[in-house]
Design a protein. Structure first.
Length: 415
């Protein structure tokens, strides 16, 4: 039974908005102390001829896609330009200036740009965690780069949030970096000490405390901006550690000069974390000043998700997002070549996201691509071995058995 569970873990990891007021007529009542006298009836005034109301020419209507509301045609050149440039705009909540999501959103906007037929607008936000709220409530935000673990939080805060937000793609992994001051050698050494988790709304401000909580490590949480803390942490600050959650290499860590003793420490991948996170690593090439040559720092990573508002079919928002999906899927190959970020190379549009539903227009696109380009499934042997080692970390023979069992299963599936 244990072997089956381990094999299942390997398999799971290997398989991304005059009145016509009635004219009340009355009379003026009067009375007199003397008997009324008979007066000749007044000659009624001739009624004015009844004329039909003037015909009002109905404005022209723009032809719109089925299911959309008709819009009055622009009457001036400026109106026509305004309507044209706004018709196919998709706003994407990216993140803070110093974070990777904003850079990646800018690259995505560049590649998917189609003039007035599609324009993606990256938006600087308070952070990827708050992007989740923005996509629900902020005007002008249709899509967002978020971390997958945020869904678990919002399931307890928002009714039917799984039906309101869907994913387009599982992009890549954002690694958790724990930078510590001299004298700290493990994550458990931080118990009772001050740890900074960046500003509220950032990924670190949500994921960091959650990871420490799941590991059972109580720390003094601090939420100050990354710039302030990194400028002070090397000057005998009382902050013992600083947590960043982003794709490696993180420029603030890679480009700074650090005094002797500052380093990145491991975050163990335990059963308390495996439902939300993935194993990851940091290397000397990523941070030559913080990791010794030949050394690898094991850590964990959180999947980065390209999410969209799950707009109803036929709505204006849905038609814009459907066009965005088409351009993104068709031009992903361009993003996977230089000079764009190397993380795009790992994007697999068919990859799922645990706890998330795929945007229906994206699923339709995947189905169309699969029908037009049938391919034979392949496996990543390196990843399979890595997952086997994780399932049986201290048993080489069991690792080999699990790896072979997976290969045999894959061969049977291909028949």
């Amino acid at each position: 039974m244990i072997r089956s569970a381990k094999f299942a873990g390997v398999l799971t990891a290997c398989s991304i908005l005059v009145g016509t007021g009635a004219l009340a007529q009355g009379f003026w009542p009067f009375s007199s102390p003397t008997p009324p006298t008979k007066t000749p009836a007044a000659t009624p005034k001739p009624k004015p001829p009844v004329t039909a109301p003037p015909q009002v020419k109905q404005p022209n209507r723009l032809p719109l896609p089925s299911g959309s509301t008709a819009v009055t045609a622009p009457s001036t050149s400026a109106d026509r330009t305004r309507a044209s440039v706004n018709q196919w705009v998709v706003g994407i909540a990216a993140g803070r200036i110093e974070g990777a999501p904003l850079r990646l959103a800018a690259e995505l906007a560049e590649v998917t740009d189609d003039g007035d037929d599609l324009r993606v607008m990256p938006i600087v936000t308070r952070g990827v965690f708050e992007n989740f709220t923005d996509i629900l409530y902020l005007r002008g935000v249709d899509a967002a780069i978020v971390h997958s673990d945020a869904m678990e939080h919002f399931k307890t805060k928002e009714k039917n949030v799984e039906g309101q937000i869907a994913f387009i793609a599982n992009l890549f992994v954002a690694e958790i970096h724990v930078l510590v001051s001299p004298g700290i050698n493990s994550i458990r050494d931080l118990a009772g000490k001050k740890v900074n988790f960046n500003s509220p709304g950032t990924a670190a401000a949500f994921t960091g405390p959650l990871v420490f909580q799941r590991l059972g490590i109580e720390v003094l949480k601090q939420f100050d901006s990354q710039r302030e803390v990194l400028a002070e942490i090397a000057k005998n600050s009382d902050v013992a550690a600083f947590v960043i959650v982003t794709t490696k290499p993180a420029p603030p860590l890679a480009q700074s000069s650090w005094p002797v003793g500052f380093k990145l420490i491991p975050v163990a991948y335990t059963s308390a974390l495996e439902d939300l996170y993935l194993p990851a690593n940091l290397e000397h090439a990523d941070y030559p000043q913080l990791i010794l040559e030949g050394q690898t720092i094991a850590t964990i990573g959180v999947p980065v998700v390209l999410a969209v508002a799950n707009a109803p079919p036929g709505s204006d928002r849905h038609r814009r997002l459907a066009r965005f999906v088409d351009r993104f899927a068709s031009r992903l190959g361009q993003l996977q070549k230089p000079p764009y970020d190397a993380n795009w190379k790992s994007v697999n549009l068919a990859a799922s996201v645990p706890g998330w539903k795929r945007f229906p227009a994206m699923q339709q696109k995947l189905d169309a691509l699969a029908a037009a380009n049938p391919v034979t499934p392949t496996i990543d042997r390196g990843l399979a071995r890595q997952q086997a080692r994780r399932a049986a970390p201290d048993d080489a023979s069991e690792q080999a058995r699990l790896f072979q069992q997976f290969l045999e299963w894959n061969q049977r599936k291909a028949r």
